[in-house]
Design a protein. Structure first.
Length: 181
């Protein structure tokens, strides 16, 4: 944390609490800065906000009080896995199914818990979100969809390329430690 960043937060504390009448404000500020300069400004700002909100009087708080607030917040993060409970760190979650060119497709969207901004993409005019009734019908297999064209279907393995099969088997062993059936 830089001195200007700290000064902004320290002034918030000064507006809320009153130091002793004989206290030197610049010495007090220097002492507090030395105690908390290693913190990130965001962590100190959160601790300052919590200190102000939880105060029961206007007497100047001890450095130890602020240190306890910071430590309690850090302890919470140390116990937490650090990954979002919604998306597990990928920042993507399953989106609403869409209809496009006679077929239904699953989509993904940004995780609402993480707050990562959605990438800017042009509007897709050929996509239409399904209604709740259409999603139920689709999940039940009752929605008529256009058949996939031949070029979009999975090809059957004819065994015509044994070298490629051997290469894929060796790669699977290297990547996964075993052959994949």
């Amino acid at each position: 944390m830089t001195l200007p960043e700290f000064t902004t937060q320290f002034e918030r504390i000064l507006r809320q609490f009153r130091p002793a009448a004989d206290a030197d404000t610049s010495a007090l500020m220097s002492e507090w800065f030395d105690a908390f300069r290693h913190l990130h400004v965001d962590a100190f700002e959160v601790a300052t906000t919590r200190l102000i909100r939880e105060a029961t009087d206007t007497y100047w708080p001890a450095i130890g009080t602020m240190r306890e607030i910071v430590q309690s917040r850090m302890d919470r993060y140390e116990r937490h896995s650090g990954k979002c409970d919604t998306c597990h760190g990928s920042t993507w979650v399953d989106g609403w199914p869409v209809w496009s060119n006679g077929r239904v497709y699953r989509t993904t969207s940004r995780c609402p818990s993480c707050g990562v901004p959605v990438p800017q993409i042009p509007e897709q005019k050929h996509l239409r979100n399904l209604s709740a009734a259409e999603v139920k019908a689709w999940e039940a297999g009752q929605m008529a969809e256009a058949p996939l064209p031949d070029w979009g279907r999975a090809k059957k393995d004819t065994g015509a390329n044994p070298e490629l099969r051997e290469l894929c088997a060796a790669l699977a062993v290297k990547l996964f430690g075993r052959e994949i059936a």
